[in-house]
Design a protein around this ligand. Sequence first.
Ligand SMILES: NC(=O)c1ccc[n+]([C@@H]2O[C@H](COP(=O)([O-])OP(=O)(O)OC[C@H]3O[C@@H](n4cnc5c(N)ncnc54)[C@H](O)[C@@H]3O)[C@@H](O)[C@H]2O)c1
Length: 263
Amino acid sequence: MTSPDLLNLSGRVALVTGAGQGVGRQIAITLAEFGAHVIVNDFDLDRAERVAEAITSAGYLARPAQADVGDFDQVHRMFSEHGLGPVSIVVNNAGNAGAGPVSTRAALPFWEQEPQDWRRFFHVNLDGVMNVTRCGLAQMVPHGWGRVVTIISDAARVGEINGMEAYSGAKAGAAGFTRAMARLGGRYGVTANCIALGATRTPAIEAQIQNEAFAKKVLSNYIVRRFGEPSDAANAVLFLASDASSYITGQTIPVNGGYSLAL
Ligand SMILES: NC(=O)c1ccc[n+]([C@@H]2O[C@H](COP(=O)([O-])OP(=O)(O)OC[C@H]3O[C@@H](n4cnc5c(N)ncnc54)[C@H](O)[C@@H]3O)[C@@H](O)[C@H]2O)c1
C-alpha cells in the first residue's frame, strides 16, 4: 500500500523516554506533529514538562511523565498511571552519551576501572530499554499493533574505548534485546528496530564539539561532513513508528552521515 497517510499517527499513543532534551525532545515533537498523543518521559520532571508544554501550545497532544527508566517500579507505575489508553509506540531514547567519568578511575584503562564506573551505563541503556519495552509490549500485544524503536549508537557497532567500553556493551545489548523483541512481537503485529546514531548535536556532546580541533577530527570520519541533528534521528524514528515500515523488523538503521557503513 502507498498512501500519503502512511506516516499519519493519529489515534496512536507514543511514549518517548529521555524526551526532556536533545534527540528525545525532537522525536516527541515530530511524533506529535504527525498525530500521535505523546507521553514525554524524563527523570527530570521540569524538562519533561517544558517539552510537553511546547508541544501542547503548538496545538498537538502531549503529557509529561517522570520516571527513571532503569527502575522497573517507576516505569511500571508510569505505564499504569498515564491515563491515555494503551501505548502502541515506544521509543527507547533515554541514554547517557557523552557522560563524563564519575571518578578519575573511569578515565583509566578499562582494566583499572571498577563496577561503579560502568553500572550506570547498563542502568539506562540496557535495563531502561528492557523495563520500558516490557511494559510497552503488555499494552501493544492485546491490540495486535505496536512499534518499538530503540536508539543505540555506532559505539555498539564499532566499539569505543576511553571510558566508552561499557556504553558500547550496553548499547550492543540493547540492540540484541530489540532483535529478540522483533522475533517475539511479529505474530502480534509488533515490529522492533534500532536506530544507530553517530555524533549528534545535543546538550550531551555540545561542550565537546565546541572544541574546534576535536570537531574537525571527528567530522573527518563522516562522509556527510556535518554533525547529525536531532531531526535526522526523529525523521527515521517517524518512519519506523509508522505504517510505512510495517515489513521492516529486527533491523538496525544507521543515521550517522556515513560514519560506518552497514551491509
Ligand atoms: N548525541 C549523540 O552524539 C549521540 C550519539 C549516539 C547515540 N546517542 C544516543 O541518543 C540518545 C539521546 O541522546 P542525547 O544526545 O539526546 O542525550 P541528552 O543527554 O542530551 O538527553 C538525554 C535525556 O535523557 C534523560 N535521561 C537520562 N537518563 C534517564 C533515565 N534513567 N530515565 C529517564 N530519563 C533519562 C536526561 O535527563 C536527558 O533529558 C541516547 O540514547 C544516546 O545514547 C546520542
